[in-house]
Design a protein around this ligand. Structure first.
Ligand code: UDP
Length: 413
C-alpha cells in the first residue's frame, strides 16, 4: 500500500451559495451516476506546491459526492527526487542530460510503487511526472481500471530528450489531462487528451474570507509595519519562481517609494531537494535589508498566515519564469488584490478579466508596482475584476465537475 493521506472532510452543500445553480445541479447528477466509484489519486508529496493543495480539496469533495476516494503518496527518497526535479525542470525547458543511471532510479521507484498498488480501483488518477510510469508497471491490476495522467506543469517548451523518454508511457493512459492546449506534446497523438484548468477552494483556510483586523493581527506578529505598503510573492524557493528577480523589482520600486516593504513566503516541499539552496541564495541576495521579510512553513507560515498576507498585500507579484498554472495567482485574484505577473504559462488566462498587469521584465514589473501603489483607486478596481474572473472560472466546484465528467465518460456511466 502507498502512504495514505487523510485529507479531512468537506461538504459540497457548503459551496451551494458560491456556485451557479446549473453547475450545482450538474454536480448532483454526476454524483448519482458515479456513486460508489473507487478512485485512487497518486502523487509524490503530501505537502508543498499546487498538487497537494488541490488534492486536499478534491479528495474530500469527491468523497462527499459519493465516490470511494483515496489519496496515496508514491515511494520516494532523495536520489529519486533529484531525478524527478531534473525531469520537472527539463519539461519546463531546462537543459538536462538523461543518463542510464537516472532512468534506472526513476523506473525503480515507479516499479516499487506500482507493485504496492492494490487491485481495487475503477480509476487511478496519477499526478505529474514523478509517478508517470505507474500504469506501465501495473501489469497485475485489472484491465478494467481506467488510468488518468494529469500534467500540472508548463510543458510548452519541453526538453526533447525527457519528453521523448516519457511520451510512450504517457500515451499508455486512458486519458491525459493538461491545463492548456499549448502544453500538449505536438507530435503525440493522444486519444484521451482533455484540457482542464485547475482551481482553488474558496472555503479552505487559505482562501476563506478573513476580517481585515484578523489579517492585520496575524501579519503584525510577523513584524510587518501596517502603516507602510508591502509587495508580496508566495512561492516555493525555486529558480522558476524567480525570488531574486522579485528582490530586483522591489529595489527599483523602493527608489520611488522608499517606505515599501517586501514579503517573500515560500514553503519547503518534501519532493523538492533544491528548496534549501534557493532559500539561502535568496536570504543572501536580500542581504541586510530590514524591509525584506522571508518566511516559510518552517517559520510558522501556514495556510491561514498565507491567507492573511495575501488578503492585505498592496500588490501581489508573481515573477515566474515558467508557471504550470499558478494557483497563487488565483488565490491573490480571489482576494481582490491587484496583481503584477509574468506573461508565462497559465497566468495570462487568469488575468484575461483585467485583474492584473502582465510583465516581461524587471523594469516593467517595477513600473507596474509603482503605478498600483500610487493609484489605489485603479488598484482597487483591478482587484475586483480579478475576483469576478476567478469566481466564474477557477473555483473548485468547476474543477470537480470537469473531473467527474471525465470519470463518467471513462466508466461509461
Ligand atoms: N504555498 C503555500 N505556502 C508557501 C508557498 C506556497 O501554502 O509558502 C501554496 C500556495 O498558496 C499555492 C501552492 O502552494 O496554493 C503553489 O501552487 P502554484 O500552482 O502556485 O505553484 P507550484 O508550487 O505548484 O509550482
Amino acid at each position: 500500500m502507498l502512504q495514505q493521506v487523510s485529507a479531512g472532510n468537506k461538504s459540497l452543500a457548503d459551496y451551494r451559495s458560491i456556485v451557479r445553480q446549473e453547475l450545482y445541479e450538474e454536480l448532483q447528477t454526476l454524483s448519482k451516476r458515479l456513486k460508489g466509484a473507487r478512485v485512487l489519486h497518486v502523487n509524490a508529496t503530501r505537502f508543498g506546491g499546487g498538487v497537494a493543495e488541490i488534492l486536499y480539496t478534491l479528495v474530500p469533495l469527491m468523497r462527499d459526492s459519493g465516490l470511494a476516494v483515496e489519496w496515496g503518496v508514491m515511494f520516494g527518497a532523495e536520489p529519486f527526487f533529484n531525478v524527478t526535479k531534473g525531469f520537472h525542470n527539463a519539461l519546463q525547458g531546462a537543459p538536462y542530460d538523461l543518463t542510464v543511471g537516472s532512468r534506472a532510479i526513476y523506473e525503480e521507484y515507479n516499479r516499487q510503487s506500482a507493485e504496492a498498488l492494490e487491485d481495487e480501483w475503477d480509476i487511478i488518477f496519477v499526478h505529474d511526472p514523478q509517478p508517470a510510469l505507474l500504469k506501465h508497471f501495473s501489469d497485475g491490476l485489472s484491465p478494467e481500471t481506467k488510468w488518468i495522467w494529469r500534467c500540472h506543469i508548463d510543458t510548452s517548451t519541453p526538453n526533447g530528450q525527457v519528453l521523448d523518454y516519457l511520451s510512450p508511457y504517457i500515451k499508455e493512459y486512458d486519458a491525459q489531462v493538461y491545463t492548456m492546449k499549448e502544453y500538449t506534446p505536438p507530435n503525440l497523438d493522444l486519444e484521451g487528451l482533455v484540457i482542464i484548468p485547475p482551481a482553488i477552494d474558496p472555503l479552505s483556510p487559505k482562501n476563506m474570507a478573513l476580517l481585515a483586523d484578523d489579517s492585520r493581527y496575524i501579519t503584525n506578529q510577523f513584524g510587518i509595519d501596517e502603516k507602510r505598503p508591502f509587495i508580496l510573492q508566495v512561492s516555493r524557493f525555486d529558480p522558476w519562481k524567480d525570488p531574486l528577480g522579485v528582490i530586483d523589482v522591489y529595489r527599483l520600486v523602493k527608489e520611488e517609494i522608499p517606505e515599501v516593504q517586501l514579503v517573500l513566503v515560500g514553503s519547503m516541499a518534501h519532493d523538492d531537494p533544491e528548496g534549501w539552496d534557493y532559500w539561502y541564495k535568496t536570504v543572501n541576495y536580500a542581504a541586510d535589508d530590514r524591509d525584506i521579510y522571508l518566511f516559510s512553513n518552517l517559520t510558522n507560515v501556514g495556510s491561514i498566515e498565507v491567507n492573511a498576507f495575501q488578503s492585505l498585500a498592496d500588490v501581489v507579484i508573481q515573477k515566474s519564469i515558467r508557471e504550470g498554472f499558478g494557483l497563487v495567482v488565483t488565490e491573490a485574484l480571489w482576494k481582490a488584490r491587484p496583481l503584477v505577473a509574468s506573461r508565462v504559462g497559465g497566468i495570462p488566462m487568469q488575468v484575461e478579466g483585467g485583474g492584473g498587469i502582465l510583465i516581461d521584465s524587471v523594469p516593467d514589473a517595477a513600473a507596474a508596482c509603482v503605478k498600483l501603489l500610487k493609484d489605489t483607486g485603479f488598484a482597487r478596481q483591478m482587484g475586483q475584476r480579478g475576483k469576478e474572473h476567478v469566481r466564474k472560472h477557477y473555483l473548485t466546484p468547476r474543477l470537480l465537475r470537469d473531473d467527474l465528467r471525465l470519470f463518467a465518460k471513462l466508466l461509461k456511466v
